[in-house]
Design a protein around this ligand. Structure first.
Ligand SMILES: [Zn+2]
Length: 415
């Protein structure tokens, strides 16, 4: 970029030197024929350089717009990923809570199973005790309980009692066993659930990791797009600055040229016609309309009746000339409008009487105000590219009773 702007600088310098040289030659040897061609070559050189820079700048503008679109898309994509990742994090913490809960329940079930086991063991020990007691000699046994009966009915009731005690122990043990079995079943179910839950958790975590990777890639792509954008913006600013500088130089060059021509005017004037005297506003009879720009500048890029770049019919003529070139009132009149408009940009509308009016659009600045009386050839504004315009040019309309008509039917072509 440095090298480019230096090269530009050199180019500018050579352009300026050429201009000075041309001016010197003009002063030393005033030859009208050479005069025009030397001037045109130099102006054309400027205009070509400006137009190249402009093209370059437009291309950069498009690139920047493209990059901006991409960056926006990427940011949106990343936002969606972030939302997804957030939802996954929520899911993960829910799933983790579930796993913890299952683990607690498993621990609880394990404790219950241990309790049942203890109960079973205790009951079994009691049962064994009772059984042992019933067969042990010399101690208070079931047998002695039975033999201590003093009647048959007493004996039978004692047998029943012993039996029911044994039966009770057995029933209790069975019940504990059943309860323990159901607890074990529950624990097995919980273990199964926890395995499933852990699998789910693992899958979500894997998904989340993948999305995080994508989000990271999107973020670094976004950063690189932004860096590209910044680099192109810088190039754009450089191109614009170079273009503005050339514009200024060209304007200055044209001014100098005009001054020289004014000095030479007496030698040149041969009455060849008002509009051939380049650069100088005409002040001949007000019946005729004059070319609204310094004569010999630019060309007509779009005629009356042509399609404009958007395909719409064009009811004016477009004359591309350098930024800042003075615009002349085509005839005496009263300024009706001197203001800004969304498509005309800065423009001036002059009423010339007898239903005739002229309009000058896309000015960079205005030198007239509404209501002002202007005379033919008076500077009313300067060429620019304001409003709906892509390059410096004058959009010139000629109106009869408000209807736009071909300006070249009324104004002698001065390009
Ligand atoms: Zn136009």
């Amino acid at each position: 970029m440095k090298i480019n702007s230096e090269r530009r600088g050199v180019r500018l310098l050579s352009a300026v030197l050429a201009a000075v040289l041309a001016a010197a030659l003009l002063i030393m040897a005033p030859a009208p024929g050479n005069h025009a061609s030397a001037k045109n070559a130099q102006v054309k050189k400027y205009e070509d350089q400006i137009s190249d820079l402009e093209k370059n700048r437009k291309a950069l503008q498009e690139k920047i717009a493209g990059i901006k679109d991409k960056a926006n898309e990427t940011a949106e994509y990343k936002q969606n990923l972030d939302a997804l990742i957030y939802a996954m994090s929520q899911k993960i913490s829910m799933s983790q809570e579930l796993v913890e809960e299952l683990e607690t329940r498993i621990e609880e079930t394990k404790a219950s199973i241990a309790e049942k086991e203890t109960a079973i063991e205790e009951t079994f020990e009691k049962f064994q005790e009772r059984m042992r007691m019933s067969y042990e000699e010399g101690s208070v046994s079931y047998l002695s309980v039975l033999l201590g009966s003093d009647s048959v009915s007493d004996f039978l009731s004692r047998v029943d009692r012993v039996n029911s005690m044994l039966e009770y122990d057995k029933t209790m043990m069975d019940q504990y066993k059943t309860e323990k079995e159901s607890l074990e079943q529950e624990r097995a179910n919980l273990e199964e659930s926890i395995v499933l839950q852990k699998n789910t958790l693992e899958e979500i975590e894997k998904d989340k990791a993948e999305n995080e990777k994508l989000a990271e890639q999107a973020a670094s792509y976004y950063d690189s797009l932004k860096a590209d954008e910044a680099a192109y913006q810088k190039q754009y600013a450089d191109a614009k600055a170079a273009e503005d500088k050339l514009d200024q130089e060209l304007t200055q060059y044209l001014k100098n040229l005009q001054k020289q021509q004014q000095q030479q005017a007496p030698k040149q004037s041969s009455g060849a016609g008002a509009n051939t005297n380049s650069g100088t506003p005409q002040t001949t009879a007000s019946g005729e309309f004059m070319w609204p720009l310094p004569v010999g500048k630019g060309y007509i890029s779009c005629y009356y009746g042509d399609k404009d770049p958007n395909g719409a019919p064009h009811y004016a003529i477009d004359i591309p000339v350098a930024h800042g070139t003075p615009i002349y009132a085509s005839n005496d009149g009263t300024v009706l409008k001197a203001e800004s408009h969304s498509s005309y940009g800065y423009y001036v509308l002059i009423d010339h009487g007898n239903g005739r009016s002229t309009l000058y659009a896309h000015c960079s600045s205005l030198a007239a105000v509404a209501g002002q009386t202007v005379s033919k050839g008076q500077v009313i504004g300067y060429v620019g590219s304001t409003g709906f315009s892509t390059a410096n040019h004058l959009h010139f309309e000629f109106r009869i009773n408000g209807t736009r008509t071909n300006p070249l039917d009324y104004v002698k072509k001065g390009v």
